[in-house]
Design a protein around this ligand. Structure first.
Ligand code: CTP
Ligand code: MG
Length: 231
């Protein structure tokens, strides 16, 4: 399968995390879902998005060769060693994206069922002129603000809140500038873009783009695979 000569998009996939909250075992991106590593599911869906020209994976440093071997039959992928924090892994992968690619999507391997059409929706919004785009869902739970003693201070208006997913899409130069300027840690790349004063636009996310964090999420994802087309 060749990704070259297709689109204008590079997908950067941080996949170097340990998966501590999933419990003891292999790094999270290499844990199995329906018999295949999460990373294989994620790369397959990213590669199926027609505007994707290149995929860069930041792998656990000890597993770079194994990840290369694992992904060779799935799609042409560049594999680099990840870093200590997620943002270090994203920076390492971003460094492997050539300057002539104008749009970068950053996508957690842990959101391995995010469908191809979500990649396209995010990329299309960047292409239309938004510098930074995030897929989001409405918040369904009631949210309370609490103090250090777990005493409720108030109820937050959830109509103005959004739960944020990946892939997050960026003008490549804007993302590079945000990463270069990032002094503090940030949990998502849009946060780094916000810090340099740039607007971030929301598009509808997907229930399939849930993040596999705890064992129950693996159980949910296994069930979703029986319901949904691979996307
Ligand atoms: N990630 C990474 N490099 C790190 C830490 C995280 O590339 N040093 C990646 C993970 O592999 C994952 C994504 O960032 O695809 C989101 O991180 P998270 O869901 O927190 O995964 P882990 O860090 O692996 O999980 P945990 O925090 O439970 O250890
Ligand atoms: Mg983590």
């Amino acid at each position: 399968m060749s990704l070259d000569a297709r689109g204008d998009v590079a997908v950067v996939i941080p996949a170097a995390g340990a998966g501590v909250r999933l419990g003891p075992g292999a790094p999270k991106a290499l844990r199995l879902l329906d018999g295949e590593p999460l990373l294989v599911h994620a790369v397959r869906r990213a590669a199926a998005a027609t505007s994707v020209r290149m995929i860069v994976v930041a792998a656990p440093p000890a597993d770079v060769d194994a990840v290369r071997t694992l992904l060779t039959p799935v799609a042409p992928v560049t594999v680099v060693p990840g870093g200590a924090e997620r943002q270090d892994s994203v920076s390492a992968a971003l460094a492997a994206v050539p300057d002539d690619i104008g749009i970068v999507l950053v996508h957690d391997a842990a959101r391995c069922l995010a469908p191809s059409d979500l990649f396209e929706r995010v990329a299309a919004t960047v292409r239309d002129g938004a510098g930074a785009v995030i897929p989001t869902l409405p918040v369904v739970d009631t949210i309370k603000e609490v103090d250090a003693g777990e005493r409720v201070l108030g109820t937050v208006d959830r109509s103005v809140l959004r739960a944020v997913q990946t892939p997050q899409g960026f003008d490549a130069a804007l993302l590079r500038a945000a990463h270069a300027a990032a002094a503090d840690s940030h949990t998502d790349d849009a946060g780094a873009v916000e810090k340099i004063g740039h607007h971030v636009i929301c598009v509808p996310g997907s229930d399939l783009a849930l993040k596999i964090t705890r064992p129950i999420d693996l159980a949910v994802a296994t069930h979703l695979l029986t319901l949904a087309s691979p996307g």
